[in-house]
Write a protein that binds this ligand. Sequence first.
Ligand code: ADP
Ligand code: TRP
Length: 354
Amino acid sequence: MDTGTAPKPARPKRFLSGVQPSGKLHLGNYFGAIKQHIELQHEGDCFYFIADYHALTTVEDAARRRASELNQKKPDRAATLRENTRDVALDYLALGLDPEKTVFYRQSDVPEVCELAWILSTVTNMGLLERAVSYKEKVEKGIDASVGLFTYPVLMAADILIVRSHVVPVGKDQVQHLEMTRDIAVKFNEAAGKPVFPLPTPRLDKESKVPGTDGQKMSKSYGNTIEIFAEGKPLEKKILKEIVTSSTPLGQPLDPDTCNVFALYSLFASDQEKADLAADYRSGKIGYGTSKKLLLEKITAYFEAARQKRKELAANPDYVEEVLRRGAQRARAEVQQTMSLVREAVGMKPQTVG
Ligand code: ADP
Ligand code: TRP
């Protein structure tokens, strides 16, 4: 037997994150989440999924938005979910998700998460869920307070724990859900008398607040987004007409630190470009019309290759379906191992098929 002293290679870190298919992805989603997801592919094993079970909790809202965009009288929930799911898949693949490296799947193709969510719900305190800020915020916004919306954090815990992930890249708004996941995992491990689940940690995204066209945080629900894949006239209109600026007359100095155009430009520009534009603002040499044009050029160039790729992918829906099918196969192989441990730990038999 080899008793050599060579250290064992460290197990690669496992990252997991989910994105809800709840509408067109925007620059806030890109700089706040997607960009980091893509970069992490080089740092460990990544599991990324399209959270369509989660999106069912707010699909009525998304369907209403879609109906108003399409001038339809009646919102169509199923068509909305289908289309939004397809859009997220296309967006991620076009923006650089590598389906050979990363396990990329649709949540509903891995129904074991619902089984685990049920089992976890039996060790989850009502009090824990009642403290969830995101639930309260959604209800305040007018979303129906369904049981599904209330137990959303348990399903999210199941997503994370079922692949036994270590690190979950998310935005600030999701940190409380991660704390709940850890709480639930501890409860389960204690009840099982063994560490079935590792305790996952959040990894905070760098850009936590990309401003929208009105200066508030960019968000679908505020109607202030700039979509990643907007182009041509609609993109021009967004940038040149809809970004709100101060009413300082042309020729007067402008303040880069409070300007939405400048904040958005900074996401794309090098340090030197940012310093140059800031100097032009302060000297009064430049007006908002010109800085908006600079921003428009940056956005157009930055996403040019991804836009091209997205068009090619959109013309090949079978390929996209195949990617998701293979991703689900790989995810299921992993989650079934977890579910055997879980079922055994609670006194059930492992699942046998056939
Ligand atoms: P929306 O507010 O448009 O509904 P989501 O809540 O679906 O967006 O956002 C998904 C993820 O995208 C968030 O967890 C966060 O990481 C990121 N995100 C969304 N909007 C922004 C923003 N304006 N700035 C930074 N990150 C954002
Ligand atoms: N709740 C997340 C959001 O709204 C999406 C999500 C669902 C998720 N399950 C997850 C994120 C698991 C990270 C891990 O953005």
